[in-house]
Ligand binder design. Structure first.
Ligand SMILES: NC(=O)C1=CN([C@@H]2O[C@H](COP(=O)(O)OP(=O)(O)OC[C@H]3O[C@@H](n4cnc5c(N)ncnc54)[C@H](OP(=O)(O)O)[C@@H]3O)[C@@H](O)[C@H]2O)C=CC1
Ligand SMILES: N[C@@H](C=O)C(=O)O
Length: 266
């Protein structure tokens, strides 16, 4: 991304705390006007006031529960009609970390509503404009739990697995265009999501917890460098390359009309 004053509008969902709040600050500094989405109006209002005063940009808040069909449709309508949007960061997310049987159906549906349905419908809202203009940036925040499941993350990992594959699919669709789609897989980062999800940060190994600002700054470096998939906390690039190579090889190895020899009926 360039540093100039004609950046258009960046939409950041989940801007009332954590990664989203830092994204909002960093993008304001780069000269974007902002559209911020979350439920907590007080937090969005004070952030908007701070960023407008500090950076001289315009901030519009959309107070909405992305898990509510009506609120989500309101945001979709707003974004679809806003031709100033140049960047959408699908960051809002919610997690309940517990076994499936210990997680209410309501909480499971909330994870699917915010992490999956909202992310997809908000992408649908901006992509037609990006494609028509042949320019635009979509950033989807998944998680390392999108390619790995813990005994307490079956549903959350399922939702983030959707984000991973959906984003990869969009990248394939948009290959050869100037519409950029970045997949982001953060690992443990010091935000409220842990407390909200039932695991206090104090219960985790401190050496594995990244600061929120460091995570966002790494994601933006990845974006500036044109990365398709950004893993902020993975130092060893070879691990990423091996993973990408292995999943491609496994896919290619699956393209056969006959069952594998080990499934021959004896
Ligand atoms: N922190 C971590 O360790 C990791 C986080 N992630 C992902 O990063 C993203 C950001 O989370 P993070 O900053 O950590 O957590 P936070 O809890 O700090 O932020 C989550 C944001 O999402 C918003 N949000 C949650 N539910 C809704 C809803 N129903 N409607 C509208 N907005 C909602 C919250 O706003 P409000 O409550 O005001 O509505 C808040 O602004 C998420 O997608 C998360 O899954 C991925 C990997 C690791
Ligand atoms: N957000 C975290 C879990 O709640 C993660 O994705 O690791």
């Amino acid at each position: 991304m360039k540093d100039n004053k004609n950046m258009g509008t960046a939409v950041v969902t989940g801007a009332s705390s954590g990664l989203g709040e830092v994204f909002a600050e960093r993008l304001a500094k780069r000269g974007y006007n902002l559209k911020l989405v979350a439920r907590r109006k007080d937090r969005l209002d004070s952030l908007a006031e701070k960023l407008e005063n500090k950076y001289g940009i315009k901030v519009t808040n959309l107070v909405a529960d992305l898990g509510s069909e009506t609120d989500l449709q309101g945001v979709v309508n707003d974004l679809s009609a806003d031709k100033s949007i140049t960047l959408l960061i699908n960051n809002a997310g919610t997690s309940t970390l517990a076994s499936v049987t210990a997680t209410s159906t309501e909480k499971q549906k909330a994870m699917i509503g915010v992490n999956v349905t909202a992310l997809m419908l908000l992408s649908n809202a901006v992509l037609p404009l990006f494609i028509e203009r042949n320019e635009g940036v979509l950033v989807n925040i998944a998680s390392v739990l999108g390619f790995y499941s813990l005994p307490i993350s079956a549903v959350y990992s399922g939702t983030k697995g959707f984000v991973v594959q959906y984003t990869r699919g969009l990248q394939e669709e948009l290959k050869g265009t100037n519409v950029r789609v970045q997949l982001v897989n953060p690992a443990t980062t010091a935000t409220e999501i842990w407390e909200v999800g039932g695991i206090p940060l104090s219960a985790l190994d401190a050496s594995t917890i990244m600061e929120t600002e460091d995570c966002v700054d790494a994601i933006l470096v990845g974006l500036d460098n044109g990365e398709l998939a950004t893993h902020p906390s993975v130092n060893d690039q070879q691990l990423i390359d091996n993973y990408e190579d292995a999943r491609l090889k496994l896919f290619k190895g699956s393209q056969h009309s006959k069952a594998a020899d080990r499934y021959t009926i004896q």
